[in-house]
Write a protein that binds this ligand. Structure first.
Ligand SMILES: [Fe+2]
Ligand SMILES: [Fe+2]
Length: 340
């Protein structure tokens, strides 16, 4: 676990990082690294690690958040199912930057037939020298539901970061049953925690990080294309084939409850590697992180407009900027019906 004078573990599901007033704080979202660390993925892994190194160098973040599918224990593409070994290699790599990092699980980190379950991976991540991770409450769905609160020197919460496990596949287990999402018990927990924070500061705003996109993201995109001016375009594009969003068949209550609760102002996801869109819908800015993947999608090595990171800057005055940090010189910002 990360150690620093500025960092504290408050309980089994809460951490604080003290940040100086009058200084900006930069969070780098990286997503879908799809690292194999197996005999079949060496070339692609090298490219992905080099990409991460470059993006970190460009952004100089104070905290890195990985939004899932960091490792990829998929035998046909990597030659290994040993996600424990993959996690160890990833930890060793990330610890080398001497910067705190945290993560949520995606649908691939614990792929079917992989060696370790999420609890075992959690144990490994907690041993990372710069890693911030907690399993969270045992009675909640998923592993890794926790909060990192950015606080001032006096301990007042400035910006809570909520990390949520958006789970893997629906009833029946694997891929063909469709994707899962954030369950009601997780939503209840999250809203309770945020409501408590709002009691101390009625203006508090939070960020949520999870892997799977929400169906409301797609809904907002479709409204925007039809010219609905209530949806505000921020950046990026939807470049998956047929404008695909990898959403769950099941409707999660997370978005509606977040709107009603009013504390979450920003949501960050990954999962759809070619989508980089960021828009504001019902007061919440939803952002697809730029992805790193060279291996997961069949020919993605040759695509580049999606590859990079997403830099979230909390300025000294509390305002938040969210920017794409492309690895290459070109990004796609072509979206029909977009209004800034
Ligand atoms: Fe992925
Ligand atoms: Fe995914």
């Amino acid at each position: 676990m990360y150690r620093s004078d500025q960092f504290k573990q408050v309980d089994d599901e809460t951490f604080t990082i003290s940040i100086p007033r009058g200084a900006e704080f930069r969070i780098l979202q990286l997503t879908d690294l799809h690292l194999g660390f197996g005999p079949l993925s060496r070339g692609m892994d090298r490219l992905a690690l080099e990409a991460v190194r470059t993006i970190i160098g460009k952004t100089n973040p104070h905290l890195i958040v990985l939004t899932g599918d960091s490792i990829f224990p998929f035998l046909p593409k990597t030659g290994t199912r040993n996600n424990g070994k993959q996690a160890k290699r990833l930890i060793e790599f990330l610890d080398g930057f001497q910067l705190p990092y945290t993560l949520v699980f995606g649908n691939h980190d614990c792929e079917l037939l992989s060696t370790c379950g999420k609890e075992e991976l959690a144990e490994l991540y907690k041993q990372g020298r710069y890693c911030i991770f907690a399993e969270g409450r045992k009675d909640l769905t998923g592993v890794g539901n926790f909060l990192i609160e950015l606080v001032d020197e006096a301990g007042n919460v400035l910006l809570p970061l909520v990390l949520l496990d958006s789970n893997m596949y629906g009833e029946g287990g694997w891929f063909f049953s469709g994707f899962d999402g954030i369950h009601d018990d997780q939503v209840d927990w999250c809203m309770e925690r945020l409501t408590a924070l709002r009691q101390d500061d009625p203006d508090i705003k939070a960020m949520a990080f999870f892997h799977m996109p929400l169906r409301e993201f797609k809904e907002a995109y479709e409204k925007m294309k039809l010219g609905d001016r209530a949806v505000l375009y921020r950046h990026g594009s939807i470049a998956e084939r047929d404008e695909y969003f990898g959403i769950s068949k099941f409707k999660s209550s997370f978005f509606d409850r977040a709107v009603e609760n009013g504390v979450i102002q920003w949501m960050f996801c990954g999962h759809d590697h070619l989508n980089t869109l960021s828009l504001v819908y019902k007061g919440i800015q939803m952002t697809y992180g730029m992805s790193v993947d060279y291996l997961g999608y069949q020919t993605i090595r040759k695509s580049y407009i999606q590859r990079g990171g997403t830099l979230i800057t909390r300025r000294a005055d509390g305002r938040v900027d969210i920017a794409m940090v492309p690895l290459g010189p070109v990004v796609s910002t072509r979206v029909r019906g977009a209004k800034g």
